[in-house]
Write a protein of this length. Structure first.
Length: 94
């Protein structure tokens, strides 16, 4: 059984809103995010575009399951036990 901890869609507010909402879920939760693997140089477009997609936090077993079912995914970061959200994309850091 996979342990999915949280998930959000990207349709309202884009990726930035989803990441922030995931961090607001509890006290003392943040994330270190690196979006470089998504191959989009325009960080504003990447963070604020309201494209169809989902973002979720789960244990590492999910990667094998997604790969076995030929589902494309990107690992973009990790949760941390501090109230900070750090986002990197190529040369940009927020």
């Amino acid at each position: 059984m996979l342990n999915q901890l949280s998930s959000k869609h990207l349709l309202k507010g884009g990726l930035i809103t989803s990441l922030l909402e995931m961090c607001f879920a509890d006290n003392n939760i943040g994330a270190n995010i690196d979006l470089t693997s998504l191959s989009e140089n325009d960080s504003i477009k990447l963070l604020f575009s309201e494209n169809a997609g989902i973002i979720f936090q789960a244990d590492h077993q999910i990667e094998k399951t997604l790969t076995d079912h030929h589902i494309e995914f990107f690992t973009i970061g990790t949760a941390v036990k501090e109230e900070v959200l750090i986002i990197k994309n190529h040369e940009d850091t927020f």
